[in-house]
Design a binder for this molecule. Structure first.
Ligand code: C5P
Length: 235
């Protein structure tokens, strides 16, 4: 498949607290920035794919340093400036890739450094089989509760059929570009993932098995656990 990759990294990472290394995508795990690990996975899996990294205007030094620490060729990587929401950052990446003659695009959160080749193969295989939108996801294992306003449980949400969405999500390029442009033109800027934009645009989204290890680093403890996991891999 002829695909490009967008890595969104323009968030401020406020839920992880502030740190001298910068926002969480630049925090060090196993001695290198999180985003360097994320990029490793994609340059290894698709060495010829163009990659657009979407960053905050304040982070140009941080991304330049992180690119120097990628294991693999960074020759196909371009850096562009993102927006105020994740949705706006993805659209900036898509617009930067328009005109490159790409059939498909994988869209990845910079803060997921553990995308493994088998997961990327599953996502790629679904595209090759004709899906226009592909979502890796994990069936929810915990029983889910909705909280009421007073700190007690309002209800139990049946978990059957519920999945937790991961990235990389993958799309037919023109389909997701059109959907994103439509969403932005309609004044929407609050979609938290791209599969939701495809759903909104009426594009069927194919579920594929995610990877349990493909966690999103959100809180301070996630970064510490990721560092420990890379330093002392589980047997
Ligand atoms: O905020 P959230 O955890 O959903 O962010 C997921 C990914 O989207 C992160 O990699 C973050 O850097 C990116 N993002 C972005 N632009 C924003 C907000 C988030 O690129 N304005």
């Amino acid at each position: 498949i002829n695909c490009g990759v967008i890595i969104v990294a323009a968030g401020r990472g406020e839920r992880a607290g502030s740190h001298p290394d910068g926002p969480k995508q630049y925090r060090r795990i196993a001695g290198r920035p999180v985003i360097s690990h994320t990029l490793d996975a994609f340059v290894k899996w698709a060495p010829d794919a163009p990659i657009v990294v979407v960053v905050h205007a304040d982070d140009s030094d941080l991304i330049a340093a992180a690119l120097l620490q990628v294991n693999g060729s960074t020759g196909k990587i371009r850096v562009v400036t993102g927006g105020a929401s994740r949705q706006q950052s993805v659209l900036a990446g898509l617009e930067a890739m328009a005109g490159l003659d790409i059939d498909h695009v994988l869209i990845q959160d910079a803060v997921r450094p553990f995308a493994d080749p088998a997961l990327l193969d599953r996502v790629g295989a679904a595209l090759a089989a004709g899906a226009r939108a592909v979502l890796p996801a994990i069936a929810v294992a915990d029983t889910l509760k909705r909280a009421g306003g007073d700190g007690s449980v309002a209800e139990t949400v049946p978990r059957a059929g519920l999945f937790a969405a991961q990235t990389p999500q993958a799309f037919h390029f023109q389909t997701i570009l059109d959907a994103h442009r439509q969403a932005a033109a309609g004044g929407r800027s609050d979609f938290t993932d791209d599969a939701a934009i495809a759903e909104w645009a009426g594009v069927p989204v194919r579920l594929v098995e995610g990877a349990v290890g493909n966690v999103k680093l959100t809180l301070q403890k996630d970064i510490i656990m990721a560092d420990e996991r890379l330093s002392a891999p589980l047997p």
